[in-house]
Design a protein around this ligand. Structure first.
Ligand code: MG
Length: 277
């Protein structure tokens, strides 16, 4: 009797294991995790905990916060300027590339000028690393000046603001000509620094009326220097910024201000802010 029971138990065990395996396989997709009988959220499209609401796309983060995540566009990986062109004539970018960084070339050699991305962007997350010149020369706006321009026109200032007095709306991490940073989080000349930025492009109606200003959030070396700060408009010099030009997307531009500023590890993520309801 004992002999005949064993195959039966073994057979039953296999059946049980098989059916539970089948359930496991289909479980992630079939089993609802949300609800269909909860109240609607304001706007009426989705219920609280709605099971039909699309789940967020999976993105693999970099090993560190500085490393590009899986859905980023790498704009500079230290090797070449393939993603960049000269602002003045769209020729290939001629800044110096060496030792894993790019550098504003020396003045008066027939090279240099602002560079910009070939691609155009609207709402973005941008990571960019920079170093102002180790050899300290000049003062105020003449020391380690560069800048990152969104839509090719809205500047986030780069300056050597380490023990370098200059006007408040022109120092490192300022929205140039308008808004000083919340704090001065600058590192010493020659040291690598980071900007982690969320930029929201302005929005307009069909007649060109401004519906929403441009906004920027900035972490400078991990320190918040702007939190969803509205731009006063496209950046000017000795003039008040304005929204006179209807623009929702444009290149990212880097400034040649005749100081050998260095850049490395630049990546961007396009944000679909309006689509994420
Ligand atoms: Mg500048």
């Amino acid at each position: 009797m004992r002999f005949s029971k064993f195959p039966f138990y073994a057979f039953a065990l296999c059946l049980a294991a098989g059916s539970s395996l089948a359930e496991d396989k289909k479980a992630p997709e079939a089993a609802p995790t949300g609800y269909t009988d909860t109240p609607f959220l304001p706007g009426g499209k989705w219920r609280v905990h709605d099971d039909a609401r699309p789940r967020p796309e999976v993105v693999t983060p970099g090993k560190t916060a500085s490393e590009a995540p899986s859905d980023a566009i790498v704009l500079f990986d230290g090797k070449n300027l393939d993603e960049w062109i000269m602002d003045k004539d769209n020729a290939p970018a001629d800044w110096i590339v060496k030792d894993g960084f790019m550098e504003v070339p020396p003045k008066g050699k027939g090279v240099g000028g602002y560079i910009k991305t070939k691609r155009e962007f609207g709402d973005i997350q941008l990571h960019i690393e920079f170093a102002t010149p180790e050899k300290v020369e000049g003062n105020s706006q003449g020391r380690g000046n560069s800048g990152v321009f969104f839509l090719g026109s809205h500047e986030l200032q780069i300056l050597d603001s380490y023990e370098n007095k200059s006007y408040a709306d022109g120092q490192a991490s300022a929205l140039y000509g308008y808004k000083p940073p919340l704090v001065n989080a600058v590192r010493k000349p020659g040291e690598w620094q980071t900007y982690d930025i969320i930029f929201e492009a302005p929005k307009w109606d069909a007649e060109g009326n401004l519906l929403k200003k441009a906004y920027i959030t900035v972490l400078h070396n991990g320190v918040v220097t702007h939190h969803r700060q509205p731009y006063l408009g496209a950046t000017g010099h000795k003039s008040v910024a304005n929204y006179n030009t209807v623009i929702e997307s444009g290149p990212i531009k880097l400034q040649d201000h005749s100081n050998p500023t260095r850049f490395r590890n630049i990546w961007v993520r396009e944000l679909k802010l309006d689509a994420h309801e």
